[in-house]
Design a protein around this ligand. Structure first.
Ligand SMILES: Nc1nc2c(ncn2[C@@H]2O[C@H](COP(=O)(O)OP(=O)(O)OP(=O)(O)O)[C@@H](O)[C@H]2O)c(=O)[nH]1
Ligand SMILES: [Mg+2]
Length: 396
């Protein structure tokens, strides 16, 4: 599974290795490492692990979140016997970069608790959902303890609430539903209180996504992602407020520094041609990423228009940047020759652009150019994104 990394892309050692690989094995070896690093730029996911005992309803929950029924194509397999034996990731239906991972059930013969903790590598996940179907078990307690030790957070779900209510009916018992639900909730809160203060417990039926705590669970999960310290979830949210756009600016600025570092590192390798093509690729990737994160690509604009209940043309009419069109290597080369876009003087440009459109340029200037170009593009995109939000939602 992909893990995101925010630090500078090449360590000193990697850079040294890159240079020596290049000397001994030639261009191919060095470009493999750069390729790997470029791929890491895309590894920007928020991974939610769905765990709990076998049969608690993990697969059914993921299907419910994704609007699937068990028999639908692409749905997670559900059943009355052990069905899930290795972690399986599913894309969240409307949050980009967010994945729901079903982990196998804890505490079966196949996966007793101790073996489970070792095998599942829980530290790989950003957030946890523990599902329990009837009682708070020793396995649930072990999961809570382990997650706490990893300093990660979780929600606790009690599934199959529809079953509880049906049982009362079949048993001929007249009960106050709200009181019964409170009893169940308090039972779990009491048990969880031993491990954490103010635990969050949701009572749900996976077959009734508009009832019980399912709607508030959905809303809370978006908030968790919104408030996460990881940049990606914020970047994947639709631009519904000016605040979200500003938060995105902060994260994208940080990412631009990473790109610039990467570009500087690529340029530090003494291979004519390699640094140039690598840098152009970084710029293309960076511009597309910023543009899409800020919701200015056609698909995002359409989604936002739908959310706002406005025609997409109205939103498009306030977008005034060439960055909405196709961004490819040719486009970037044209941009590089356009000093206005870079926001640098002609004198400065003479020093930097000439080597860029030539072949080799040094690590320092490569960092600088990448940083300048992406930062200026970001400012331009932000201005446009803010206008779009104002038109879409009438905020000021
Ligand atoms: N009544 C009711 N049944 C449910 C609910 N959620 C799941 N089930 C049923 O519980 C059984 C087990 O559900 P799964 O989703 O397969 O459980 P799981 O946790 O994924 O099981 P493993 O993958 O084997 O660990 C299935 O028969 C589901 O139809 C629910 O909210 N209400
Ligand atoms: Mg399952």
């Amino acid at each position: 599974m992909a893990q995101s990394s925010n630090s500078s892309f090449f360590s000193e050692e990697e850079l040294d290795k890159l240079k020596s690989d290049c000397k001994t094995d030639g261009l191919e070896a060095a470009s493999l490492l750069i390729q790997k690093k470029l791929e890491e730029l895309d590894n920007t996911e928020f991974n939610i692990a769905v765990t709990g005992e076998s049969g608690s309803g993990k697969s059914t929950f993921i299907n419910a979140m994704r609007g699937f029924q068990s028999d639908d194509e692409g749905a997670a397999k559900t059943g009355n016997t052990l069905t899930t034996t290795e972690p399986i990731g599913y894309k969240h239906p409307n949050l980009l970069y967010v994945y729901l991972w079903e982990l196998p059930g804890i505490g079966t013969k196949h996966f007793p608790a101790d073996k489970y903790m070792k095998k599942m590598e829980l530290k790989r996940y950003d957030f946890f959902i523990i599902i329990s179907q009837s009682r708070f078990t020793e396995n649930d307690a072990k999961l809570v303890k382990e997650i706490k030790q990893l300093r990660k957070n979780f929600y606790f779900i009690r599934s199959k609430i529809d079953g509880d209510l049906n049982t009362f009916e079949m048993d001929g018992r007249k009960v106050n539903t709200a009181e019964e639900l409170d009893k169940i909730r308090n039972y779990y809160v009491d048990n969880l209180n031993e491990a954490i203060a103010s635990p969050t417990v949701f009572l749900i039926s996976n077959f009734k996504v508009n009832q019980f705590d399912f709607p508030v669970l959905n809303k809370s999960l978006s908030d968790i992602i919104k408030n996460s310290e990881k940049e990606v979830p914020i970047l994947s949210l639709p631009n519904t407020t000016l605040e979200i756009v500003e938060k995105k600016r902060k994260w994208l600025k940080k990412q631009i520094r990473v790109w610039a570092t990467l570009s500087g590192a690529a340029a530090a390798i003494p291979v004519p041609g390699l640094s140039f093509s690598c840098n152009i690729r970084i710029l293309v990737a960076g511009l597309i990423h910023c543009r899409n994160c800020l919701g200015l690509d056609v698909a995002s604009l359409q989604r936002l228009a739908k959310m706002a209940g406005k025609p997409v043309e109205e939103l498009k009419s306030v977008v005034k940047t060439p960055l909405v069109g196709e961004i490819n290597e040719e486009f970037v080369k044209r941009m590089l020759l356009h000093t206005d876009f870079l926001g640098i003087s002609v004198a400065e440009a003479a020093i930097d652009i000439i080597p860029i459109v030539g072949t080799i340029f040094g690590a320092g200037s490569s960092f600088y150019m990448t940083y300048k170009l992406l930062s200026n593009a970001l400012d331009d995109l932000i201005e446009n994104a803010l206008r779009v939000v104002k038109v879409a939602f009438g905020t000021d």
